[in-house]
Design a protein around this ligand. Sequence first.
Ligand SMILES: *Cc1c(COP(=O)(O)O)cnc(C)c1O
Length: 370
Amino acid sequence: MIAELTVDLGAIARNASALARLVAPARLTAVVKANAYGHGLVPVARALAPHVARLGVYAAEEAVALRDAGIEAPVHVFGPVPPGELDAVLAANAELTLWDRDLYARQVASAARRRRGRAAVHAKIDTGVVRLGLPPTEAPAALRAYAATPELELAGVFSHLAAAEELDSPFTQQQLARFLAATAGVAPGVPRHIAATAAAMLWPETRLDAVRCGIGIYGIWPSAETRRKMNGDGLDLEPALSWTTRIVALHEIEAGTTVGYGRTWTAQRPSRIATLPIGYAEGLPRNAGNAAHALVSGRRVPLVGRVCMDMAFLDVTDVPAVDAGAAVTLIGADGEQRITAEDLAAACGTIAYEIVARLPAHVPRTYHAS
Ligand SMILES: *Cc1c(COP(=O)(O)O)cnc(C)c1O
């Protein structure tokens, strides 16, 4: 096995329970899009289902995969569904997202009519991301139009926040005010939701009737500020994922020798360089080279040279008695040391969301529940 991803489903269940308690009485939607943020859709969803009110996915095929796996929890599809896939989503009894009054809303209604059923929909309002959503000025009329369409059943109204990770942005309050104004006419029983993990933590007034948490469920913080605030309030999260591989070759090199493509790293002393059997095709960003660290025998060692498509280099000169076959941790703990997805992301100039979402589905995952 070239690399191994190990997922602690116990940590995921505990993170979900902690977030559900934090936001109660608002209900928790656990977001499992992008292969459950790289952790594996079906095993994660199965572990989460008892702890959450709903599962959130992006694409039609994710909703269908959950049903094929026998998972019966309510499922909300956030993204667009191509007309040819609407029937499968409705057959899976999943909830759709509507953001227009024209083509897509009509396609959804006629797909439901063909099935002689109704489509449960969440109406999305754009309050400031400029991505998907009805303009707030058009929302009241669109919501009335949906209510007047017998094939549509309004299961929720929602929006998404643009800058909820930090406390210094008044924009979150502006978006919340726009959302509440645009949905003032919605029947009281229809849940309103706008917060994802960061807002649920930093902006309690955004919790409303439901909260859609992704990243926090996996034990990853959306920002340093969310971690500071929540730790101060006594909430911690447990990282669920570890990513390990093994050294496949070792090279003793002289000072002045360069390593890898582009010769971006030069040994300043006689050095021992380890070859890793994973690269950017396996999810290790190319710019982790000369920037990120890994753990070997409980020590932090630098990734040197450019990460290749399927291989990378570690400078293990300072690790005593390292052999080919030695374990390497890219994310996770080894002895006293730990590298988080946030650490790896920061070294690569990105966010932990991107690191985990890009872990390829073909890398085997091993599951356990601590
Ligand atoms: C991905 C997503 C979320 C989850 O966001 P986190 O920051 O991971 O909690 C919530 N809502 C929508 C619409 C999303 O696309």
